[in-house]
Design a protein around this ligand. Structure first.
Ligand code: 57M
Length: 362
């Protein structure tokens, strides 16, 4: 909004030219998100505690430690994350940019699905929530809408191909498969973050590192000189997503302040589903879906561990892991929770660096 209001006034006061720069507005969004998180966080956690008498319903079949140590922790802290992402984006981004409108709408609608799921769990005092089928149907509908909008926005067959990293301007045309592909990327990332969110800070850390990586990717993808120099597809207007990613970094850092071990609050599905959808949508718009899978490798491994576990159990009646997702496996091996979390963060940072390197290695 500030961009739309203040840049036209820069002819009267040249200092307002600052608001033209995506770098300046990205930093503004990050700091605003952080400030909002610190200002609202304590009050919101107290409110969630009052509203949720028993807090997050802890499943009985999980690691027994969770029942002892985590009962009573309030959930739905994701409402803080979404607030700290949406307000700075509305404040600092160019609101006429269709990609900003799309990524905000997608993030908030996945957040609404998660809110409904969390609300059901709390009011019914069990960890069931809405049916997986209903959740997948609603998520897929939104993902298809994103794909359709990208195709209709398409200036010149920009969207519809899968860019291959490490090769200059190499892309595979997906044709109609672009639509199920959008479901795979957006709904897949959303549920992968959801599965990962099973230990204090375990999901928000990799989300932070992924958002920071895509702040850089969005900036260079939306910059014709950099895109041309790096040999990556130029997506006019994608640079504004750097401001959204900046807000996401600030909101994630702010939430981590309260979610770090031992967590005062869990993000809930309202947070995990929304954050994953946000990353998936940014990955689609910047045409860096494979790089998203690399940078978000922790989310991929967590999901694969569940698929392997369920498949193995169904096919040969044996478990591959002591428990899936894989963070529970390490818990049952006796690793302390902070040790699992920080080691997953270290791997996530390494994957983020590899992701950034794909911009240059072509
Ligand atoms: C999302 N939710 C956490 C919290 C968070 C198919 C199967 C793998 C599904 C999976 C599942 O139910 N996943 C749901 C993970 C839950 O966290 C809540 O959910 C939100 C995220 N969506 O924000 O509100 C619990 O995680 C712990 N937690 C923390 N700190 C945090 O910051 O400690 C969360 C955030 C919280 C808290 O204890 O209650 C979760 O784990 O459910 N199911 C599982 O992951 C279960 N695995 C399983 O069934 N494995 C089977 C088969 C099916 C693969 C097997 O290995 O044989 C495990 N999860 C739990 N109990 N809780 C084991 C059973």
């Amino acid at each position: 909004m500030l961009y739309n209001l203040l840049v036209p006034l820069s002819e009267y006061w040249s200092a307002l030219n600052l608001f033209k720069y995506i770098t300046f507005r990205s930093i503004g969004a990050t700091l605003t998100a952080l400030l909002l998180s610190f200002l609202i966080g304590p009050w919101l956690i107290r409110s969630l505690q009052k509203l949720q008498s028993i807090g997050q319903p802890i499943r009985s079949d999980g690691p027994q430690r969770h029942i002892l140590e985590k009962s009573g922790t309030p959930t739905m802290g994701g409402t803080l994350i979404l607030l700290a992402m949406a307000v700075p984006t509305l404040l600092w981004a160019n609101l006429t940019n269709p990609f900003i409108q799309m990524v905000l709408a997608t993030t908030l609608s996945f957040g609404a699905i998660g809110f409904w799921d969390d609300y059901r769990k709390i009011t019914r005092r069990n960890s069931k929530g809405i049916s997986a089928r209903m959740r997948f149907f609603l998520q897929s509908l939104i993902a298809l809408l994103v794909a359709y909008t990208l195709k209709s926005l398409d200036p010149g067959n920009l969207f519809g191909a899968l860019s291959i990293p490490f090769f200059k301007n190499l892309a595979v045309d997906l044709g109609l498969f672009y639509f199920p592909f959008a479901i795979l990327v957006i709904v897949g990332t959303s549920n992968a973050v959801n599965l990962t969110d099973g230990l204090d800070g375990l999901a928000i850390g990799p989300t932070l590192f992924t958002a920071a990586t895509f702040l850089i990717i969005a900036y260079v993808t939306g910059h014709s000189h950099f895109a041309n120099y790096l040999g990556i597809p130029y997506v006019a207007g994608a640079g504004e997503l750097a401001i959204f990613c900046g807000a996401m970094v600030g909101a994630a850092l702010g939430f981590l302040w309260f979610n770090t071990y031992p967590a005062q609050v869990f993000m809930g599905d309202v947070g995990s589903l929304a954050l994953g959808a946000a990353l998936g949508t940014v990955g689609m718009i910047t045409r860096h879906e494979i790089v998203l899978a690399i940078v978000g490798g922790i989310f991929v491994v967590e999901t694969l561990s569940v698929i392997v576990q369920v498949a193995s159990f169904k096919l040969i009646g044996k478990r591959v892991f002591r428990m899936a997702p894989i963070h529970h496996h390490f818990e049952l091996k006796g690793w302390a929770e902070p040790k699992i979390i920080v080691r997953f963060w270290i791997i996530s940072i390494i994957l983020a660096l590899i992701g950034i390197s794909t911009l240059k290695i072509r």
